[in-house]
Ligand binder design. Structure first.
Ligand code: UDP
Length: 226
């Protein structure tokens, strides 16, 4: 896996998992767009990206869900690459860490902390991470906040080799949120599951399911600035 190679290199890499609504956000938010374009690796985390790539003559072999990437990466991660779990509601990262540790007893969890993406918390978080010295930093503040946070603080996180925004991954691992059934995921209906379970996401899902395809059909590969 490419991310494992990045962990072996002693320099910083930002891994992102763009989905359809993140690309709509990138059309409106220049800072976020630049971060996406500069990422060391972008893993397509929505079926919409795969479909729209196809429509514009490009190929994306598969959707790669953030939570699946995290699990595949941590399942065999050796202890020399300690991981820090940042974000989600109080106690969730810790519980997710417990689940991951069961999956891979050799996994070294350097620390967990909820914190918040607000400026007032930044120094406390940085101090904790610098003290814990992880190679891998997983940040669960939702997009775009998590990636803006990573990009803003990358240069002071000296031990970190890979930082990745992981959205709801800790909630899925801790069991505070439930993924769509496998059949819904396989036919590209995970978004519908989320509308049913979390109707307050409707605006984001509207952006993913309606605005994103309209933008692609209208502008093709040339992303507009909205
Ligand atoms: N979150 C947080 N602080 C914030 C906003 C979000 O800790 O200010 C956490 C939230 O608790 C959840 C995670 O960010 O655990 C991911 O949020 P969301 O489900 O919106 O992300 P998605 O998976 O849709 O990218």
């Amino acid at each position: 896996m490419r991310i494992r190679g990045m962990l072996a290199e002693p320099r910083f890499h930002h891994v992102m998992t763009p989905n359809s609504e993140m690309l709509v956000e990138a059309c409106r938010n220049t800072a976020f767009r630049k971060i996406l374009q500069a990422a060391a690796l972008n893993l397509p985390d929505s079926i919409g990206l795969k479909w729209m790539a196809h429509l514009t003559g490009q190929t994306l072999p598969a959707r790669v869900a953030g939570v699946d990437t995290v699990m595949a990466l941590l399942k065999n991660l050796p202890e020399e690459h300690a991981v820090f779990l940042l974000g989600a509601a109080e106690g969730v990262a810790e519980r997710a860490g417990g689940v991951l540790k069961k999956m891979n007893p050799r996994l070294k969890i350097a620390g967990t902390y909820a914190g918040s993406p607000g400026r007032e918390d930044a120094q406390t978080i940085i101090d904790r991470i610098c003290q814990a010295q992880p190679h891998l930093l997983l940040v669960a503040y939702g997009a775009p906040k998590q990636d803006l946070w990573i990009a803003e603080h990358a240069r002071v996180l000296l031990s970190v080799r890979v930082a990745m925004g992981v959205g709801g991954t800790f909630d899925f691992l801790a069991g505070t949120a439930h993924r769509a059934p496998r059949w819904m995921r396989s036919v590209g209906l995970e978004w519908l599951w989320r509308v049913l379970l979390e109707p307050w996401r409707l605006k984001r899902i509207w952006n993913a399911v309606v605005v994103f395809p309209i933008l692609v059909m209208r502008y093709g590969r040339e992303a507009p600035t909205l």
